[in-house]
Design a protein around this ligand. Structure first.
Ligand code: ATP
Length: 250
């Protein structure tokens, strides 16, 4: 098999999908390395959400290849299989269990892997507790572990949900517009948090907030009309005349 495929955590090549004759993705190709944090930008309708739908198996491509972790063909897997393989997705709106504590939210996420019956009779091992504590620390929630999730700020709920995804130990985390609606301080902290998380897994983050993207300081892929318009450092991409015309200058 091609070395580029086997050395990548995520490999998309020539991925196209149409809805009622409209090409939402038009021969999209890009590669994410193991342990890479990648930022995706692009105007509304560029295909960013559709790209995540393809990776997570919600949408099937009409043509193209999608490989995960070297040799797994994601186009042959369903959504449940893909989640099980280690791809976690954070949607834009936080979805936490509001009437449960922060700790319980993480514990529930940790148990989700075990199934309902096993969970009923399961007591946490010291290793589970240590993992929950570690996740709480990562997502800045240690001091709030006994608070009800419903009492958290919008930004804190986003962090808690990232923690719930971490409990599933994904190899790849897809994060959709995490800083929309966050305060400036929360936004800066989220950049640091995602960089920490990407030390142990790959993260693909879609955002419109260019200050946040600059803070991340990672390779940026700009999509437009379903394909890659430009890719490289934030300075390289934001100075590209095509990016200015299609996105930044609008
Ligand atoms: N299920 C669907 N049926 C019909 N059209 C769709 C479907 N999903 C997406 N589209 C269209 O495909 C195009 C790409 O949409 P997509 O949501 O992927 O863009 P996006 O880059 O995520 O935009 P935004 O920044 O607004 O979230 C849009 O024109 C959208 O209307």
């Amino acid at each position: 098999m091609d070395q580029k495929i086997t050395n990548s955590l995520l490999y998309l090549d020539g991925v196209s999908v149409s809805f009622d004759g409209f090409k939402a993705l038009n021969s999209l190709s890009f590669v994410v390395a193991p342990g890479e944090l990648r930022a995706i930008i692009g105007p509304n309708g560029a295909g960013k959400t559709t790209m995540m739908d393809i990776i997570t198996g919600k949408t099937r491509p009409d043509t193209g290849t999608v490989y995960f972790d070297g040799q797994i063909d994601l186009t042959k897997k369903d959504e449940a299989d893909i989640a099980q393989l280690g791809i976690g997705r954070k949607f834009q709106k936080p979805t936490v269990f509001e009437s449960h504590t922060v700790w319980d939210n993480i514990e529930l996420a940790l148990n989700r892997k075990r199934g309902v019956f096993a969970t009923l009779f399961y007591t946490l091992t010291p290793a589970d507790k240590a993992r929950i504590e570690e996740i709480l620390e990562t997502v800045r929630m240690t001091a709030r572990k006994d608070h009800l999730a419903g009492s958290l700020s919008h930004g804190q709920k986003q962090w808690l949900e990232i923690g719930m995804l971490l409990a599933q130990e994904p190899k790849l985390l897809l994060v959709d517009e995490p800083v929309a609606g966050m305060t400036d301080a929360e936004t800066s902290e989220t950049a640091i948090l995602l960089k920490e998380i990407a030390k142990t897994r790959s993260v693909v983050v879609v955002e419109h907030d260019m200050g946040f993207i600059r803070d991340l300081g990672v390779k940026v892929t700009c999509l437009a009309e379903g394909s890659v318009l430009a890719e490289g450092s934030i300075d390289f991409v934001s100075n590209d005349p095509k990016v200015i015309e299609n996105y930044l200058g609008r």
